[in-house]
Design a protein around this ligand. Structure first.
Ligand code: FES
Length: 117
């Protein structure tokens, strides 16, 4: 299923927004981020233990805005690729949610089957 999750220009660099996608009979929680003017979206699930990344609601970026951080054990992920670069899930990557820009809107599609991890 596709879902409009935001408008172009809605998020400034360093800002994030959560959303729910209906996929394969279930719900997938994702988050949209603006990193240096580029939008990316990922499933809100750490690749260490399958928990939400944000402890404080909608707080994903490190203080310096360079990485997405898991609040539980502090893993660092690159915002532009989802690749873990520090912490327990090192070498693993956040599940990307495909995005499309349609006019002034940002549309997300289901990420496909997610491994149980
Ligand atoms: S649950 Fe995210 S680093 Fe452990």
């Amino acid at each position: 299923m596709s879902l409009v999750i935001g408008r172009v220009g809605e998020l400034r660099p360093g800002e994030t927004k959560k959303f729910l996608l209906a996929c394969d009979g279930g719900e997938v929680e994702g988050f949209l981020l603006n990193y240096a003017g580029e939008h990316h979206a990922y499933v809100n699930r750490c690749r260490h233990v399958p928990m939400s990344l944000d402890w404080v609601e909608n707080q994903f970026f490190t203080e310096d805005g360079r990485f997405v951080q898991c609040a539980t054990h502090g893993a660092y992920y690159r915002p532009e690729t989802g690749e873990c670069v520090a912490g327990p899930p090192c070498g693993r990557t956040l599940h990307r949610i495909p995005l499309r820009i349609e006019g002034a809107t940002i549309v997300a599609d289901c990420p496909g089957p997610l491994p149980d991890d």
